[in-house]
Ligand binder design. Sequence first.
Ligand code: CLF
Ligand code: SF4
Length: 528
Amino acid sequence: MSPNTAYVDASQLGKSRQAVSQILETAASGGCGTTGGEGKASCGTSGGPDDMPEEIWNKVKNHPCYSEEAHHHYARMHVAVAPACNIQCNYCNRKYDCSNESRPGVVSQKLTPEQAVKKVVAVASEIPQMTVLGIAGPGDALANPKKTFDTFRMLQEQAPDIKLCLSTNGLALPELADEICKYNIDHVTITINMVDPAVGEKIYPWIFWNHKRVTGIEAATILHEQQMKGLEMLTERGVLTKINSVLIPGINDEHLIEVNREVKKRGAFLHNIMPLISEPEHGTVFGLTGQRGPSAQELKAVQDACMGGANLMRHCRQCRADAVGLLGEDRSEEFTLDKIDEMEVVYDLDKRKTYQDKVEAERQAQHAAKVAALAAASVDDGVDPDMKVLIAVATEGHGKVNQHFGHATEFQIFEVSKAQALFVGHRRVDLYCQGGYGEEETLPSVVSAINDCHAVLVSKIGACPRDELKAAGIEPVDEYAHEFIEKAALSWFGGYRERIAKGLVTHQVRGDAQIRQGAYSGTAEQAA
Ligand code: CLF
Ligand code: SF4
């Protein structure tokens, strides 16, 4: 077995390689990556105050989903006040959380608006960097308008510094666009998987419209028209919109390039292309009919093909409808209703502001370190100037390499070149360290999740995983412990290039990696 393909299911990767080349061909022959569209070129979500008007910067700078940089430092929470839905998606099983905006397989504690507000205030007093409240299911926020808007209205009165955010499939959006503005909801996510009803028909078996169930192409056409109209109305009203699209190989993979172009035309601020989750045990139509999700490189190929179109979000964690904490961590179990009842809740606006000022200083230090590292990387070293590699990073937040290999339940993936250290995604993994000893059986799945990376940056790593990673062709690196991620990644890359220049290593292109579904998460395990 070649180190570059170790642990990856070959039949799966055969399909994915073909798909990746096809996607790249589509993009090269006129996809949004090459033709652009209206407005400025994509800068991803790593944009800073110099890339956008001040008013927009103020809306996104501490929203962990709308700013990639912010997601290392600021947290969000969801409250599950919206159980009903007005459509059916083939990737959703109503017994589970919304697969668009939540990790499936985890049942939420549904809340009344009053309970929800109490919970938000409790979380905000414990987690001062929690800046955003989202309503993202477990059904559709706008199919439950009274509960959704009551929650936002009451929260605004009690905690005016928290940003309000909602997620919807868009069917009821045009009728509620003005209501959204009334409550100062600055951020709305619309899940748009198609702009062609013929594609939509394969994703949505029915919608509930004008008090009756509508199916087939008619259902997909109505949904499409409502989504486009809703997006345009929000743009006209100055609400920032993010489009979530679920990438379903063979159904809408290449089509998402057109979706990107169309939503950009209508003013979408961000486009978040997420992998389909279709484990058979979730009982979804796609799960039961064997529809596979994309590989890591297929997902990246579609995202790359959309560069130049609507700005891309690549740091989504497909979180559950009652998630609490930084993206990628989940503290919802600390804030169940019975625990909140026992907490002493003090909502101190000044304390929150002081803490957030500290976070902002840390974030600026991270940004400055990145700028300095990029300047150092620009020196000509005689190695291919266009070379790019992927690097996996173990982090607990604060933008630093600060997690032990064995404690990671996900790795952040950065694409590093002389010109940038760009966050391009994350990979969930099974926890390797099981209370003091390494779980050898999980190592192959970890390697498989980061198999397309050249190195993994960690704060510490044991001898056994170190050897296994090396055998798979992935370099374990612990010399940048507690340094800022981009600086560490660029420094490692500089050293790697130096070794190539000296003939100590030969650069090899890596293989594909698997997107791990249903990997360990404390909450999911407890709920099971
Ligand atoms: Fe929640 Fe969504 Fe608002 Fe974020 S999530 S409603 S925009 S506050 Fe974020 Fe979670 Fe991805 Fe959603 S990581 S699933 S994109
Ligand atoms: Fe499920 Fe969300 Fe689709 Fe409704 S919109 S069917 S809750 S995934």
